[in-house]
Design a protein around this ligand. Structure first.
Ligand code: KG4
Ligand code: ZN
Length: 338
């Protein structure tokens, strides 16, 4: 089954062609970073307008790169939420028009399911990589979410923990702004942290002592702000140490809770997903700490961690009838829950 995936939930316009939820024939992404950078964050109205300008060209390119035409496509999968309403509506309108005009099945996909099912896409660097076999635990860490999910079956997900305030990616972006590193902040902090000392400053690990699997990152962000106010000289002299210490606090909190949940639920597989799963330290630390406990960690290739449309096509394939809707029932749902 060859699906066209469409993703416009935030600031990336994306389309992809994926066969059987696994084999990626094309994965096209038009980034809007340059238009939002000057504002230090995503401006929803700009995101929506840019999606409308580029969506047709992005879909066209995805088909051409796959060497396919609409005749070869068996269905259209689109992100219906969660996300920015003005952004979602552009992808949904495009998918609806295509499904109606071409008489194709339509699939309404939850963006978070997309991140999870990125783990099912073929890894071009490791074609023999094992697929996660349910049950397993999935940590979804993105700009809007930090959710610990117990995947009982591919179509049965239970949220067992989530952030009580900022998402991990949001904390990265806000702290990057405090440090003057620009937007998006995650990759900038990740890079800078590599030349800093992660033990230089002891920033707080939110809800460290609590037995729950909830996360909290707003206290960490505030601690970095107070530190910069008390030591303005560190802004230049010790920027890399601050970045590394901040990152160590985030990664520690994510690893602690995820490994505790895996032990509690008796799970031996953890999958990572979402933009923050691209973080080099999180990938390394979680793998190292998990392997000492006999737990294996699956991580999607970098291009499938951050927002993309291949993961949306994968989610549609694996959820099948649960996601399938009549084209005129494709509706934007900005608060689409797990
Ligand atoms: O999944 P995603 O592309 O979009 C959402 O669904 O939110 O995640 C974007 C988030 C941003 O907050 C970005 O700063 C963060 O992922 N991010 C990273 C890295 N790459 C992207 N955070 C830490 N380290 C990275 N290498
Ligand atoms: Zn995302």
């Amino acid at each position: 089954m060859r699906l066209l995936g469409i993703e416009t939930s935030c600031d990336d316009t994306a389309a992809a062609v994926v066969v059987d939820g696994r084999s990626v024939e094309s994965n096209v992404l038009a980034s809007q970073d340059e238009f939002h950078r000057v504002y230090g964050g995503i401006v929803p109205e700009i995101a929506s307008r840019k999606h409308a300008e580029t969506i047709n060209a992005v879909i066209d390119l995805a088909l051409r790169q796959a060497g396919r035409t609409f005749v070869d496509i068996d269905g259209v999968a689109v992100t219906c939420g969660p996300g920015l309403p003005g952004s979602l509506v552009v992808g949904v309108a495009a998918a609806q028009a295509l499904a109606l005009a071409r008489d194709l099945p339509a699939f309404a996909v939850n963006h978070l399911h997309g991140h999870l099912f990125a783990n099912y896409l073929e890894d071009p660097h490791d074609p023999s990589k094992a697929l996660p076999a349910a049950p397993f635990l999935c940590l979804v860490v993105s700009g809007g979410h930090t959710d610990l999910i117990f995947v009982e079956a591919p179509d049965r997900h239970r949220v067992i923990g989530r952030t009580l305030d900022d998402a991990a990616g949001e904390a990265y972006d806000k702290v990057a702004r405090l440090l003057g590193l620009g937007f998006p902040g995650g990759p900038a902090i990740d890079r800078l942290a590599q030349s800093g000392d992660p033990k230089a400053f002891d920033f707080p690990r939110g809800l460290h002592r609590e037995r729950s699997f909830s996360f909290s990152f707003s206290g960490l962000k505030t601690a970095v702000r107070y530190h910069l106010e008390a030591h303005p000289e560190d802004r230049t002299a010790r920027l890399a140490d601050i970045a590394a210490s901040f990152q160590a606090a985030v990664v520690d909190a994510l690893c602690d809770k995820t490994l505790a949940a895996a032990k509690d639920l008796g799970q031996t597989t953890i999958a990572l997903a979402g933009g923050v799963a691209a973080n080099s330290s999180l990938r390394h630390e979680l793998r190292a700490r998990a392997s000492a406990l006999g737990i294996r960690v699956l991580v999607p290739p970098l291009a499938y961690c951050t927002d993309n449309a291949a993961m949306i096509a994968a989610a549609a394939f694996y959820r099948g009838d649960v996601a399938r809707v009549k084209p005129n029932e494709l509706l934007v749902d900005p608060n689409f829950a797990w």
